[in-house]
Design a protein around this ligand. Structure first.
Ligand SMILES: C[S@@+](CC[C@H](N)C(=O)[O-])C[C@H]1O[C@@H](n2cnc3c(N)ncnc32)[C@H](O)[C@@H]1O
Length: 150
């Protein structure tokens, strides 16, 4: 069906009308990414984290459990957590490469304040590493990655 939003036409498809088994990414609740970070005690550390469940779903579609997952825009490092969770839950052996440009956090932001509280550098790569370390420590897993600065 056609729907209009702000004067623009959009095609609207309802999940209930879909006649295949493919899940819609719309089933994933976008605020869940923030909840995932909150659960690690990292509230306010990153504005737009993706849901771990969504990334696990996407990885699962294309891997046989032995994949190398590349995330060129790693942000808070959701992809690393997704890979660790999949490996643990399904006894898989996926690996990841996360790339994140060196980007400073603005001085006046709540994220900058949070970085100070956590005693980490106010930049995105530090946030990413903090998230991965926190996840691994919480789950009593070894810090098994290497950081390469270029
Ligand atoms: C929307 S965020 C990714 C969020 C991530 N999926 C998560 O769950 O946290 C996009 C990230 O891409 C990074 N980025 C943008 N341009 C880039 C580039 N050319 N190279 C590497 N990273 C880049 C930004 O710094 C930002 O942190």
């Amino acid at each position: 069906m056609l729907a209009f939003k702000n004067g623009r036409p959009y095609e609207k498809h309802y999940l209930k009308d879909a006649n295949d088994n493919v899940s819609s990414v719309l089933n994933f609740y976008s605020r869940q990414g923030t909840n995932d970070l909150n659960k690690l005690g990292l509230r306010d550390l990153f504005d737009t984290p993706k849901p771990v469940k969504l990334i696990k779903f996407l990885i699962n579609i294309v891997t046989d459990g032995n994949a190398l997952v590349l995330d060129f825009f790693a942000g808070s490092g959701t992809t690393a957590q997704a890979v660790y969770e999949l490996n643990k839950e399904n006894k898989q052996n996926n690996k990841y490469v996360l790339i994140q440009q060196y980007e400073n956090i603005p001085l006046t932001s709540k994220t900058h304040q949070k970085c100070k509280e956590l005693n980490i550098e106010p930049n995105i790569p530090s946030i990413m590493i903090k998230r991965i370390n926190t996840y691994l420590e919480k789950n009593k897993q070894p810090l098994d990655y290497t950081v390469v600065e270029i």
